[in-house]
Design a protein around this ligand. Structure first.
Ligand code: USQ
Length: 401
């Protein structure tokens, strides 16, 4: 199949391009390198070094024997997007080109508005471009489990049957997201569902849990083929941060009680699931939802698993509770379904401690690099809008001078 990846330079996109190509698909992709810039804005860097795109593309061709058709560009540049899709005529479009961080979207007014403009308008452009030049293509859209929030009932896959005042219907399950970033994904959900209904487009909306992992087997040992791995407060997700903290002897940063529960999955499972979605398209006009995660864990359970994996390779790890910068429920019911992907053949990894051990071993090689950023590991972006540490330092310096 011909697959177009928006966001092909990112954590998931670069791995997916390889996973799909290794299975015989033809991949084209675009990226504006914004992830690189956001992480630099956080005064951080990827723990696993990554290379510039020309170097990556050279290594890609050497390993897989075929080119990845790449063009630098922005989804907000509608003519660029439309013309690229029109020329490539993809069977599937995997849309990974959004700003993915809840804390980043909560920094201030400017970051919240920018997140909405980038994510919602970029996705809207994808829908209009599909309508204009490739209406038969299948849109695999990356949403998030965070769209649902943490309701006190089971979470179905997108829709549920409801009886109200004696009448029944199948309706979208309520969305109660926990950040302005997660809200952009809800808006995308509505726009995508609407486009399928009125224009007959087809889409799989992936409600993905929190991804962790440093590699997929396809990357082999070539460092030019490795994906990035972030650990700052915005772009580092919980397990990735915990593993980076473990290798430099920083206490694992549990926010609040640590009993917040989420769905998690290794990078290799994310690749497996996205590929299953690509290879099993819905019918024209169909909008379907897949909840995508390996298993649900509390943050504290995961911290203990990271400690177990670290101790098995001789690292000592402390776990500490930090004041929770987010406004989120710390004790709550959480029971989402994830049957659609299993039905299509998804085989979850299950041994997360083994996966964490691989991560720790990979990260140990870059311990000194990570250690340089040790002072940014404790978060200071707060949902209640109080001032950030960096702002207070700036104010203090201004008063002194
Ligand atoms: N957490 C800690 N310590 C940390 C980092 C996070 O206790 O050092 C806690 C958070 O308070 C939260 C949970 O871990 O309760 C998950 O946080 P996260 O930063 O790993 O993930 P989240 O902000 O939910 O966002 C990530 C991705 C996002 C994706 C989402 C899937 O950045 O793109 O949409 O995971 S989900 O969480 O299922 O919504």
């Amino acid at each position: 199949m011909k697959v177009f990846i928006a966001g092909v330079d990112g954590y998931l996109g670069w791995a997916l391009a390889q996973y799909l190509t290794a299975r015989g698909h033809d991949v084209a992709g675009t990226d504006k390198y914004l992830r690189r810039a956001w992480v630099a804005e956080m005064n951080s860097d990827t723990a696993i070094p990554i290379y510039d795109m020309p170097t990556r593309l050279e290594a890609f061709k050497a390993r897989y024997g075929k080119e990845l058709l790449f063009r630098e560009g922005d989804l907000l540049d509608y003519p660029f997007l439309r013309d690229f899709l029109g020329e490539f005529q993809p069977d599937a479009i995997v849309h990974l080109a959004e700003m993915p961080s809840a804390p980043y979207s909560m920094i201030d007014q400017e970051h919240a508005v920018w997140t909405h403009t980038n994510n919602v308008n970029g996705s809207l452009n994808v829908l209009w471009a599909m309508r204009e030049v490739c209406p038969q293509a299948h849109l695999v859209k990356l949403g998030t489990m965070g769209e649902y929030g943490t309701p006190n009932v089971d979470i179905p896959e997108g829709f549920f049957e409801i009886e109200y005042r004696g009448r029944k219907d199948v309706l979208p399950f309520p969305r109660q997201p926990g950040s302005f970033y997660h809200l952009t994904k809800v808006h995308d959900t509505h726009n995508t569902m609407f486009a399928c209904r009125i224009w007959g487009l087809r889409s799989t909306d992936i409600m993905q849990g929190v991804v962790f992992g440093t590699r997929i087997d396809e990357m082999g040992d070539d460092p030019r083929l490795r994906s990035r791995l972030d650990f700052d407060q915005c772009f580092g997700t919980a397990i990735n941060r915990f593993c980076c903290q473990a290798v430099i002897g920083h206490p694992l940063t549990l926010y609040g009680k640590g009993s917040q529960k989420r769905g998690f999955l290794p990078l290799r499972d994310s690749m497996q699931c996205l590929t299953i979605a690509v290879e099993n398209p819905p019918q024209p006009g169909e909008y379907r939802v897949f909840n995508q995660f390996e298993e649900c864990y509390t943050i504290e359970e995961l911290a203990y698993k990271v400690r177990e994996a670290a101790e098995s390779i001789g690292l000592n790890v402390d776990i500490a509770h930090f004041d929770n910068p987010r406004t989120e429920k710390e004790e709550h019911y959480y029971n989402p379904d994830r049957e659609n992907l299993i039905r299509l053949g998804y085989q979850p990894t299950h041994d997360v401690v083994a996966e964490m051990r691989i991560m720790l071993q990979d990260l140990l090689e870059h311990r000194d690099h990570i250690r340089q950023y040790a002072d940014i590991l404790v978060p200071d972006i707060r949902w209640d809008g109080t001032r950030r540490r960096s702002e207070l330092i700036q104010m203090e310096t201004a008063v002194k001078s």
